[in-house]
Design a protein around this ligand. Structure first.
Ligand SMILES: C[S@@+](CC[C@H](N)C(=O)[O-])C[C@H]1O[C@@H](n2cnc3c(N)ncnc32)[C@H](O)[C@@H]1O
Length: 395
């Protein structure tokens, strides 16, 4: 890709609201711990708003075709992204194919009148990751938000999925939403309920919030833990022992928040079972950006979105392979097919009470909303990128 030029009109598409709340750029991150504290506060405060405005998935939508861009909702597009990740990493089963195909119907009907599984199109390495009743697929969803993906994976794969997030508030919301979604009953005992501090299990033992909630008809399970991902290596090794290991470590739009990305890849390698897979979606800067473009496009994103210095896609590949992982799929750059996310988001936040709320949270709140405009600019200029990729651990 050629180096993007300094944008001619970096302040394009301001609105009256965004102009009223303009802020000077750049609150330097004093220490990485201070940055993590700000990230935690941000998600503790903003997660109810995310849920209301953007739904249970706090990630981009993926609109892979012209028809999907014209017709598909953000909710469908967010599931499209999950399907793309599943197929990029070859974590797929019949249920996933059926779900993907049903989501593709609307996208393709206008063009061809036939349904094509969009998540499968153009992807390599499609094979199945076996799951048996004795051993449900064990997945670790790192930086799980309010658990939208965690629940979805449990539902379509019948997997046992553990979500971790640095935000205690997100854990509470994720547990509440999961209990509401739970349908499994056993022996007349309700396994999960809406209040559910203590739940009765069929075997008579009690189940606390820290334990799995059964979800979906395939017997998938979810649980959520408030945990700084930098500690996940010791935490899960102590909990399960190295022998068990996860089949899949999943990380969607969270790694860009982590100060120590090398440590994440080392921990992923440590926690995966031999043959296990790391599945990843994230935000990147383009290769070889000039200073002008970097300052105009990338800095406001790092600032407002609470990110340590953004990496390139190749940086992640290098870190993963240094940690002992093999490239399994991607990197697949889908910037052009996800950028619509920020057109929708920018229009969703044109609401005075939202800006007033952000203002009441201090500078970080306003910088966050202002960064939405920077995201659109970065995508338009090609300086800001989005990609998915997958890695495997030697069997
Ligand atoms: C943009 S949201 C993505 C949520 C979710 N993965 C999804 O795709 O819907 C980023 C998530 O990363 C989490 N996060 C950021 N830094 C973290 C850290 N150090 N440890 C654990 N979670 C972290 C946040 O709490 C939040 O849940």
């Amino acid at each position: 890709m050629s180096t993007p030029q300094v944008p001619q009109n970096p302040g394009e598409e301001t609105t009256d609201l965004s102009k009223r709340y303009d802020i000077p750029l750049g609150l330097a991150h004093t220490t990485m711990q201070a940055l993590k504290d700000r990230i935690k506060v941000h998600y503790d405060l903003a997660s109810d708003y995310y849920l209301k405005l953007w739904g249970e998935h706090i990630h981009h939508g993926y609109w892979p075709t012209a028809a999907s861009k014209a017709t598909e909702s953000k909710e469908t597009a967010q599931l499209n992204l999950i399907h793309l990740l599943l197929t990029t990493a070859a974590v797929t089963n019949e249920a996933v194919q059926v779900e993907a195909a049903s989501h593709a119907t609307a996208a393709t009907a206008a063009d061809t009148g036939t349904a094509v599984p969009i998540a499968v199109a153009n992807d390599t390495h499609v094979a199945s990751t076996e799951r048996t009743p004795q051993h449900p697929l064990r997945i670790l969803d790192v930086g799980c938000g309010v658990g939208g993906t965690t629940r979805y994976l449990a539902k379509v794969l019948g997997a046992q999925v553990t979500g971790i997030t640095i935000s205690g508030k997100q854990v509470q919301i994720a547990q509440r939403l999961s209990r509401a979604a739970a349908i499994t009953k056993s022996g007349g005992n309700v396994l999960s309920n809406d209040e559910g501090v203590v739940l009765n299990r069929a075997d008579g033992a009690t189940e606390t919030d820290a334990e799995f909630i059964t979800i979906g008809e395939k017997g998938g399970q979810v649980k959520f833990v408030e945990l700084d991902a930098e500690k996940m290596g010791e935490y899960f090794t102590a909990e399960a022992g190295d022998a068990q290991g996860f089949d899949v470590v999943w990380i969607s739009e969270a790694l860009s928040h982590f100060p120590n990305k090398a440590l994440f890849f080392q921990n992923a390698h440590r926690l995966l079972r031999p043959g296990g897979k790391l599945v990843l979606a994230d935000w990147f800067k383009a290769e070889e950006l000039g200073e002008g473009v970097f300052d105009a496009d990338i800095k406001p994103i790092e600032d407002g979105m609470l990110l340590p210095p953004l990496c390139t896609q190749q940086d992640y590949v290098n870190l993963a392979t240094t940690a002992g992982l093999q490239v399994l799929g991607g990197p697949k750059d889908i910037s052009l097919d996800v950028s619509k996310t920020w057109d929708i988001s920018w229009s969703l936040i044109q609401n005075p009470s939202l800006w007033a709320f952000a203002f009441s949270q201090g500078r970080d709140g306003i910088a966050f909303l202002q960064a939405f405009r920077a995201m659109r600019r970065g995508y338009a200029n090609g300086s800001f990128r989005y990609a998915v990729m997958a890695f495997s651990k030697n069997a």
